[in-house]
Design a protein around this ligand. Structure first.
Ligand SMILES: *Cc1c(COP(=O)(O)O)cnc(C)c1O
Length: 244
């Protein structure tokens, strides 16, 4: 049996996801276009990203700055009109590159990251769209504590090179659907206080809970591209970058 012949294509996975998203939106009484799909392309080769763009994807997410530079180049011609979102940890020594390459940084989780991105964006005359990343899971994980989000929002509002557009968070790593839903509801409450247009919640395994909690963007990797498995040659993150 040829396994490749049985595996669904990216186009089929995308169509399946759109249909399931449509059903979920209908079930919770939300508008059919209320949620945008961000295709998370970390550890996927450029060829797969091209397939996603051809299937209608308009937003691409990357977790590692160096992988994104290698994949798209500093001019990002391959991405055409698609918007590129950074969803990994913002290392301040890479802020200049991140501010140049990306349209949106979803992972601002501390004042130092905001200030470094602000300096870098102003230097190139750009107003960078950013989201605050909340930590809804366990202490020590990436993201700002929800109780500190308003203070971090004030820092970002004071940065002329940044435009605060909402909140991003990852759900807790658990099979307890109620716990996931509660965590996303906490993120939605912070989003309501902070404002903006983007509530980025939910991944392949928990996007339904995210949609029910009011997400306007879901970040989908494996349900769209299939397993990340082993990194393809030339696209592996640097050993200095954590793999997740
Ligand atoms: C990898 C990643 C995703 C996508 O995860 P999947 O489970 O493959 O859909 C979404 N958000 C962030 C921040 C990620 O690092």
């Amino acid at each position: 049996v040829n396994a490749a012949a049985l595996a669904p294509s990216l186009r089929e996975r995308h169509a399946h996801l759109l249909a399931a998203l449509d059903d979920e939106l209908r079930a919770c009484g939300r508008a059919p276009d209320a949620v945008t799909i961000l295709a998370v392309a970390k550890r996927q080769p450029l060829e797969r990203v091209r397939e996603a763009l051809a299937a209608g994807i308009a937003h691409v997410g990357e977790s590692y700055y160096q992988e994104a530079v290698r994949k798209y180049g500093l001019e990002r011609e391959a991405l055409a009109a698609a918007r590129l979102h950074f969803i990994g940890r913002v290392q301040t020594n890479k802020a200049a590159g991140i501010a140049r390459l990306f349209d949106v940084v979803q992972s601002v989780d501390r004042p130092e990251a905001a200030l470094a991105l602000d300096r870098a964006a102003r230097r190139i005359g750009k107003r960078l769209v950013v989201l605050l990343q909340l930590n809804l899971a366990a202490p020590g994980r990436q993201g700002c504590d929800p109780s500190e989000a308003e203070r971090l929002a004030e820092v970002v509002h004071a940065c002329p090179g940044l435009h605060l557009d909402g909140v991003m968070a990852m759900g807790p790593l658990t099979d307890d659907r109620r716990a996931i839903a509660r965590a996303f509801e906490r993120a939605a409450a912070v989003f309501a206080r902070i404002g903006g247009t983007t509530l980025s919640l939910g991944m392949s395994g928990d996007w339904r809970e995210a949609v029910r909690a009011g997400a306007t963007m879901i970040r989908i990797g494996t349900a769209l591209f299939g397993s990340r498995g082993v990194a393809a040659a030339g696209t592996a993150p640097d050993s200095s970058e954590p793999s997740s």
